[in-house]
Write a protein that binds this ligand. Sequence first.
Ligand code: SF4
Ligand code: SF4
Length: 514
Amino acid sequence: MSKRIDIDLLDSGGDSVYVSERKVYPRDVSGRFDRLRKLAVFWLLGMYYLFPWLNWDGRQAVLFDLPARKFHVFGLTFWPQDFSLLALLLMILAFTLFFTTALAGRLWCGYACPQTVWTECFLWMERWTEGDRAKRMKLDAGPWNREKILRKGGKHLLWLLFALWTGFTFVGFFTPIASLGARLLPFDWNGWELFWVLFYSLATWGNAGILREQVCKYMCPYARFQSAMFDRDTLIIAYDPMRGEPRGPRKKGLASVLERARGLLDVRTAYDYVFRASKHPSAAASRLQAAGTVMLDGTDAAPLPKFQTEELGDCIDCTMCVQVCPVGIDIRNGLQYECIACGACIDACDDVMDKMGMPHGLIRYTTQHALDGNSGRVLRPRIFVYGFLLTALVGAWTWGVFNRSPLIADVLRDRNALYQQQGDRTANGYTLKLVNKTDADRSYRVRIESADAASLVLKDAPLDVRVPAGEVVSQAVEVGAPATLRGRHALVFVIEADDGSAKARVDSTFFGPM
Ligand code: SF4
Ligand code: SF4
């Protein structure tokens, strides 16, 4: 008979690092910032879905032709040799991000990030099929019935079609989109085209439909390092606790603290109320389970006392700002890294203030200095440094793009032999590589210049090389000299377009017997 062994079960105490994410059901909101975000969505996604279909000079306006190693962008063609311009462009994008973040906070996250704009579209489709916040929560909590299957099925069908269109457009930036579309029926895509359409569709569906705010919270590196660009003069979206606290419901009719004797609280008292409210949330706030990086976690705090109506601040604790938040945080707890600065809580709170007959701005764009009543300045040294570097980089890039030579020339010496003895002559072999970056065929005349011009002679001079538009041509050339010419001699290959539109000089060397 097996012997029973007594064991002690250890309770982990609930400290697992794997916590399942609470689903966020953002409520629909309308207002100034919502209109701005919709405008950004239409503008940015409009460019994304439209650009590959535009034509410029008889070619797709934006086409990253990887097999031909050429990027076509509205009449400009970038070659691998223009890599320095691409590097400069990436630096410009990085400094634009630094500059706008230091000046105006997370503008990029709230209005322009692909994750934000696609999530916004997926949310619209979710609302069309499942309804607004309360209906979606009820639907999720309810059993699987005909209505739930139809609504969820409809949502995923819309998401799938939109995601596939997104993936198709993405591939259309790398392969001519008209041909990609024409080869859909009958299906004639190659393996890579199919893979990238499906991969990008899946990524869009997963990121914008399922993961949403988790991408910003856990996957996006920018959300993590941007705090390095923040200071107390950076524009943030913040709740004004001096005006709003102590929060609490009341009947309509009580004027704003800005218009009655109570006035604004002092900073210390206001933040004490915020802290205690975050530790002992109201029943309404508890139901919402607003998450986020609540400050001073783990510290004990006494609950707030019951305040007389006259003592209350302007926040009526309606939790609308939490219900509309796409990342599910309570902005009243202070600046949190999860906040993507979308402005939805401003719109929601302004709407509530309108209904209560109070002025807008309980939640607003401000700086931490301004909020705390300290003097601050927008134009700080870092703004000037970022601004100067950005201007210099944009200037250099613009100059570089419009002053690129339409001809690239390279000369490679024959690697097999330093020189060849041909009777009373010595010959050196070279390979001339010419890249015609223009959209027209060109003829180039090749000659050499040297201090030993009397001795060094280009074979078959004057040499004309024809290079088709946008092509690379390799041409073998030979330079000869009398056998009496010894040692190393510098020479320059001069290549000129026959219409004088381009000229290149390439340094090289001639070797005779040592
Ligand atoms: S929406 Fe405004 S009034 Fe309502 S809880 Fe938020 S801050 Fe307070
Ligand atoms: S707290 Fe939420 S709703 Fe308000 S700006 Fe931040 S992310 Fe948007």
